[in-house]
Write a protein that binds this ligand. Structure first.
Ligand SMILES: [Fe+2]
Length: 383
């Protein structure tokens, strides 16, 4: 006869799956599924227009910085490099409390390390005006040609939003890889410098990271003779693919705030503060090497784009939670989204993007002893 079940039966032993479910760290979410930051929901106005800023004087704050970082790092509890060539995480510092001298030092450290990560920032709760005041320290704020901003205004706040109720971004990547290395808005006459992403809400468990690559290391990773061949070249940058995509995806609802941008920039630029040379081409916006025939240009650009994408030894990966702020220098890095989390999950952030100097070309020099200064190459008899 089968035993009778009683109310005192012992609880089943925990399974591996249930232990994992209890231990797995999940990110901040509202229980009812509503967004953590409703004031930053994306707003699309197809009738909105914005005038181009044109050329302006730029003096990089990094020029004024104390290279010992007393105003930025005096209260830091930990500073961890994420990889040898790019990315540093700083603990114990609130960006909102930095003085102008501290912000100058932030520009310098971003120019040296490419990308800086600050977690648990109250920056997310400061409101539009205070956020813009801090980031304007680095240059006039860019307004994107078609990306959304919050409904309450502030067109400089570029909202990054993906969720099952608004799949506009995810659909724009339908049928192609969402990993696309680029520097934001390189077709601007004076493209972005020290830029900010503030994460408001991340996918539940993992995903939505930003990949960052050092374009200084990418340039140094080429042979000295090849580097010399690249210096002095210029390339055409255009956002016409983005404009076409926006019109195709959204038809009458497409946002066309600004005219199409086309600009010629040096293939190798020099950072105004550190004087480091960096590769300044990217597969999203760079269309053609000036003066090369089409096949030659395609061949060279394909090599450079592959070089940027493949060299994971020049890269790091930025993981976010609500309140993480990424500060990065777009003149010396490439980056990409990942879009690797389950479709329908919410990822919500905003970007504030100061424009900076007109790219400074690296000049062709006869023999500047560059190879002899590269210890690794000297040791391997590569000069
Ligand atoms: Fe980007």
């Amino acid at each position: 006869m089968a035993p009778t079940a009683t109310a005192e039966a012992p609880a089943p032993a925990p399974t591996a799956a249930s232990v994992l479910a209890k231990k797995l760290a999940v990110r901040e979410k509202n229980e009812d599924g509503s967004p953590l930051y409703p004031d930053y929901m994306p707003f699309y106005d197809p009738l909105e227009t914005v005038e181009d800023l044109g050329y302006f004087d730029h003096y990089d704050p990094g020029h004024r910085a104390d290279p010992n970082y007393p105003n930025l790092l005096a209260n830091a509890t930990k500073v961890v490099d994420l990889s040898p060539h790019v990315g540093t995480e700083v603990e114990g510092v609130q960006i909102s409390r930095l003085t102008p001298a501290g912000l100058d030092e932030l520009a310098l450290l971003a120019a040296k390390r490419g990308a800086l990560v600050f977690r648990n920032q109250d920056f997310r709760d400061l409101g539009f005006d205070a956020q813009k005041k801090i980031v304007s320290h680095f240059g006039p704020l860019h307004v994107h040609g078609w990306a959304p901003h919050p409904a309450a205004g502030s067109p400089e706040h570029m909202v990054i939003y993906d969720h099952k109720e608004d799949l506009r971004v995810r659909k724009s990547w339908r049928g192609r890889s969402p990993v696309q290395w680029h520097t934001d808005q390189s077709p601007e006459p004076q493209p972005p410098g020290t830029s900010f992403i503030c994460m408001l809400e991340s996918p539940t468990a993992a995903g939505g990271d930003t990949l960052v690559s050092s374009s200084v290391a990418a340039f140094k990773g080429l042979s000295p003779r090849f580097r010399k061949r690249l210096e002095g070249l210029t390339a055409i940058h255009s956002n016409n693919d983005g404009v076409t995509q926006e019109l195709k995806n959204n038809g009458a609802g497409a946002v066309m705030r600004r005219k199409e941008l086309i600009q010629e920039h040096p293939v190798v630029l020099v950072h105004p503060v550190t004087k480091e040379k960096a590769l300044y081409v990217n597969p999203v916006y760079t269309k053609k090497i000036v003066g090369f025939d089409e096949e030659e240009s395609d061949y060279l650009l394909k090599f450079l784009f592959d070089h940027i994408a493949k060299r994971q030894d020049f890269q790091c990966r930025i993981r976010y939670e609500a309140g993480t702020v990424l500060v990065w220098d777009q003149r010396i890095t490439h980056h990409s989204q990942t879009l690797d989390y389950p479709a329908g999950e919410r990822r919500h952030a905003f970007r504030l993007t100061p424009l900076a100097n007109k790219p400074i070309p690296a000049l062709v020099e006869q023999d500047d002893g560059e190879c002899q200064r590269d210890e690794a190459r000297v040791q391997l008899n590569l000069c």
